[in-house]
Design a protein around this ligand. Structure first.
Ligand code: PLZ
Length: 453
């Protein structure tokens, strides 16, 4: 890359990188290999990596590595760079704010951008009721605070989470997360007063939304008791758990039961939020209005920021000084969030996410029609997944899934897996990716699958 290239910006975000898949070495190439050796020596093994490269630039729909390879990005750094990597407006906002001031601590000397982000979140989240927002650094921290707020408001302690749920890696959020490996194993003891209810997983349970809700509610009433329950937390579409879209009616029935029983309903939209699913928030697909909503990832174009937004009376339950943190709502992250939210609202990104969803779904359904190992194709917008199975037994096929994902990465296409059974490939491209790269990426996935015995 020449120095002038780095000054230009691509209209879809990022430096002016050719929007192409380009392999000039094997993956990893020699320079990437060197970094991975340093990583192995300097960084603990617990911090893994999916794509064995040294990333040096990203934008539009590609990630470029130190060896000059250009990989198609179908992961967005786990659903973060929705507006595109290094989106020009985000870069400008970050540079301007960094030159002005980098930190005062909002709890010490407040500044405008934090308040403006809170106002924007109160406006764009579902429901027209009075809302307030508090800002944090990570999705897990937002979830922790949503639980704190719900407990303080209800003066109750129990929290219900769901099968296949993912909420983070801190102590409380590990307890809320369902899957032991790799998230929890050996890291206990976990926080108390956390209970787990069965989800609606239409492909595997065959239940209607009403039946699945009845099953969950009956278990909660018997094993926890509504009077003890502060909050119910659920991802409207499970992310790490396998992009599970619940059956129609499941979420509305849970929300109604929470209303009737004074339980705070928390939608964890850390992965689904900010245009990802073709709606600003996935709750909209199901017609629900959560009491509290947790956000992070897509909110700030790659800068670390997270939020809890919710009913003003619930958000105000905490005593002054009860909520906060040194960096929560950092001014550079807030500047990036304001630029990102503007892009989501004004750059046609909701429409773009829907179009990406149609393209991905069409391509994956065509694959499913010719290969019985593709058991299910599901999702909304730019959050689509394929679940791989043994066609004879219907059992999850994690080995096939891992082999396909590995082959895609070797061919220069970044895909991520997920799912309780490790048998789901998820597609989460940046909304700035051009259609031809999506098609090429899907061609590589189809060839990788065909090559597996
Ligand atoms: N809630 C719904 O998806 C983060 C996890 C990646 P943090 N998901 C990616 C990994 O393996 O660590 C996530 C989420 C939902 C909460 C979180 C946690 O967000 O910003 O990673 O803390």
């Amino acid at each position: 890359m020449t120095s002038t290239d780095t000054l230009d910006t691509h209209p879809l975000g990022g430096p002016a990188l050719p929007q192409e898949r380009r392999l000039v070495t094997a993956i990893p190439g020699p320079r990437s290999q060197q970094l991975l050796e340093r990583k192995a020596a300097a960084v603990p093994a617990g911090v893994g990596h999916t794509v064995p490269i040294e990333a040096v630039a990203a934008g539009g729909g590609v990630v470029v590595d130190a060896d000059g390879n250009s990989l198609i990005d179908l992961g967005s750094g786990i659903a973060v760079t929705g507006v595109g990597n290094a989106h020009p407006a985000v870069v400008a906002a970050v540079q301007a704010q960094a030159a002005q001031f980098t930190h005062t601590c909002f709890m010490i000397s407040p500044y405008e951008s934090y308040v403006a982000v809170a106002e924007a979140l109160n406006r764009v989240t579902p429901g027209s009721h009075a809302k307030k927002s508090a800002l944090f650094n990570s999705g897990a921290e937002a979830v922790e605070n949503a639980v704190k707020i719900a407990r303080k408001f209800t003066k109750r302690q129990a929290v219900v989470a769901f099968d296949h749920g993912y909420h983070g890696r801190t102590n409380l959020t590990m307890a809320l997360t369902a899957k032991a490996m790799p998230y929890k194993s050996g890291f206990g003891p976990f926080a108390s007063e956390i209970y787990r209810a069965p989800l609606s997983y239409p492909y595997r349970d065959g239940l209607t939304g009403a039946e699945a809700a009845k099953r969950a509610i009956s278990l909660i009433e018997k094993q926890v008791g509504a009077d003890n329950l502060a909050a119910m937390i659920i991802e409207p579409i499970q992310g790490e758990g396998g992009f599970i879209v619940p059956a129609d009616g499941f979420l509305p029935a849970l929300v109604e039961w929470c209303r009737d029983n004074g339980v705070v309903f928390i939608a964890d939209e850390v992965q689904t939020g900010f245009a990802r699913t073709g709606a600003m928030f996935a709750s909209e697909h199901f017609g629900i209005v959560p009491d509290l909503i947790t956000t992070a990832k897509g909110i700030a174009g790659g800068l670390p920021l997270a939020a809890v937004t919710g009913r003003a009376e619930i958000m105000d339950a905490s005593h002054t000084g009860g909520l906060g943190g040194t960096y929560g709502g950092n001014p550079i992250a807030c500047a990036a969030a304001l630029a990102s939210i503007d892009a989501f609202e004004n750059d046609g990104l909701l429409e773009r996410a829907r179009r990406i969803g149609e393209l991905l779904t069409d391509r994956l359904r065509a694959l499913q029609a010719t290969d019985a190992r593709v058991g299910d194709v599901r999702g909304h917008g730019a959050m689509i997944a394929a679940e791989f199975i043994d066609p004879v037994t219907g059992e999850p096929d994690a080995a096939l899934t891992a082999a396909v994902a590995k082959a895609c990465i070797a061919e220069g296409v970044i895909v991520l897996t997920c799912g309780t059974y490790g048998n789901v490939i998820r597609f989460l491209p940046p909304l700035s990716i051009p259609d031809d790269l999506l098609h090429e990426g899907l061609d590589v996935v189809a060839a990788a699958l065909a090559a597996q015995p």
